[in-house]
Design a protein around this ligand. Structure first.
Ligand code: G3D
Ligand code: MG
Length: 175
């Protein structure tokens, strides 16, 4: 028997350099690391928590964003229950591409829940995407939420993962 009541497979998606590895690292290890190696293919992480007396394993799949890894991504996407679709608040292109990311992931696991994450909100002077635009896109594409984070400062990072975890737990416990 598993020591967990639930294991949630959650993907980190988004263009290269939006901060996926920094976010997952912040959530799992509680700190920001200055220099990251570029993610090759996929890097697995896990964190365990008890929510509503249920032992949860977050199985986090940090997916490489670069186009050259595209061929191998489909197999990582299979069976995903949730995604953090991440963009960089200071780079509009990464915001536009969020649509492609969720479409690509939903093609493999259509029933997953996802949230739209605008990362690097510590760089307020360089911001290109206003909050209401992020919120509008999340609503339009059917995300359960829009959240702005800073992996550097730690702002809203745990909240983003918990939002997915709690919603998954509620939907699983009610079936
Ligand atoms: P990725 O996994 O999406 O490819 P990384 O992105 O986590 O490797 O981060 C890419 C770059 O953005 C890194 O900078 C990292 O330090 C920076 N970064 C990540 N999150 C934040 C954040 O919240 N705020 C700020 N200011 N920077 C962030 P380098 O310089 O190493 O390329
Ligand atoms: Mg990475």
């Amino acid at each position: 028997m598993s020591q967990f009541n639930y294991t949630f497979k959650i993907l980190l998606l988004g263009d290269g350099a939006v901060g996926k590895t920094a976010l997952v690292h912040r959530f799992v290890h509680g700190k920001f690391q200055k220099a990251y190696l570029m993610t090759i293919g996929m890097e697995p992480y896990s964190r365990y928590e008890t929510i509503n007396n249920q032992k949860i394993c977050y199985s986090l799949w940090d997916i490489a964003g670069q186009d050259r890894f595209k061929v191998m991504r489909g197999m990582f996407f299979r069976g995903a229950m949730g995604s953090l679709v991440t963009f960089d608040l200071t780079r509009r292109e990464s915001f536009n591409n969020a649509t492609n990311w969720i479409n690509e992931a939903k093609a493999e696991s259509p029933n997953q829940l996802w949230i739209l994450v605008g990362n690097k909100n510590d760089l307020e002077d360089m911001r290109e995407i206003p909050t209401d635009e992020g919120q509008a896109k999340a609503d339009e594409l059917g995300a359960i939420s829009y959240i702005e984070t800073s992996a550097l400062k730690g702002t809203n990072v745990a909240e983003a993962f918990h939002l997915i975890g709690k919603t998954l737990l509620e939907t699983r416990m009610n079936v």
